[in-house]
Design a protein around this ligand. Sequence first.
Ligand SMILES: NC(=O)c1ccc[n+]([C@@H]2O[C@H](COP(=O)([O-])OP(=O)(O)OC[C@H]3O[C@@H](n4cnc5c(N)ncnc54)[C@H](O)[C@@H]3O)[C@@H](O)[C@H]2O)c1
Length: 248
Amino acid sequence: MDQVVVITGAATGLGRATALKLATQGYKLVLVDFNEKDGLQTTEDSKSKGAEAIFVKADVSNEEDVKNYVNKAVESFGKIDYFINNAGIMIPFRLIHEYEINEYDRIMNINVKGAFLGIKYVIPVMLENGGGTIVNTVSSNSFKPTAYNGIYSATKHALAGMTKSIGQDYQTKNIFAVGVAPNTMKTNISASAAVTFTDEVGAAIHASTGPNIPATAEEVAEAVTFAMTNGKLLTGSIVNCAGGQIYN
Ligand SMILES: NC(=O)c1ccc[n+]([C@@H]2O[C@H](COP(=O)([O-])OP(=O)(O)OC[C@H]3O[C@@H](n4cnc5c(N)ncnc54)[C@H](O)[C@@H]3O)[C@@H](O)[C@H]2O)c1
């Protein structure tokens, strides 16, 4: 197997779980994150499972960093077959009018602009190589917002929109895009949101969420790899991993 996968947000959570799953299947891995310590750990763990893997430190919201990780992938492995566009953050739970402009800018820069920059610089490499598949990590919040999570939800609606547009616009170019939408996945991402958690916020989130079965990052990584290897079939669609919360 000489297929090359670039994964952003590979240091922890879903990105790390996806890297470790692919590491046993012979893919060449380009692992990207701004968390160097944990990113290097994922890289070492991938290598010890048998993968060829490199780590590139990058802030996905920085255009030069994005150009650099794309260039490093091509320099190291010659092409990009799959792009797992996964890095993302949450911000504190608030009503929309309570958000500070800097909180809005930060999450839009990472979750929307960062995802766009990756797509912008990976697609030319895929075109050169005759095609490829992009997997965007969206969210159940791409379908229905949970309470006190309006700006995060807006970012994930935006990324779902980009996924559908790629599905529509690149069919004849052999480039496919699939969204994977986790719901309650057991990672640390919500720690930064939970700083504003109160009983009132918790009750509202619970009421807006409804019953669902939480997933591990390893379980959602199964959906990511399924989406990755079935791009032609699934392009433009979102794989709903909501554990019974959302039906669509
Ligand atoms: N955990 C959930 O319940 C859940 C639900 C729906 C969607 N998601 C999405 O799943 C994706 C992965 O999140 P996770 O749950 O594994 O959390 P996580 O915090 O473990 O992983 C996110 C990774 O992205 C990296 N990252 C964040 N900002 C970055 C930046 N600017 N540049 C480079 N790397 C950056 C982090 O360092 C981290 O390694 C995110 O896009 C998130 O929005 C998570």
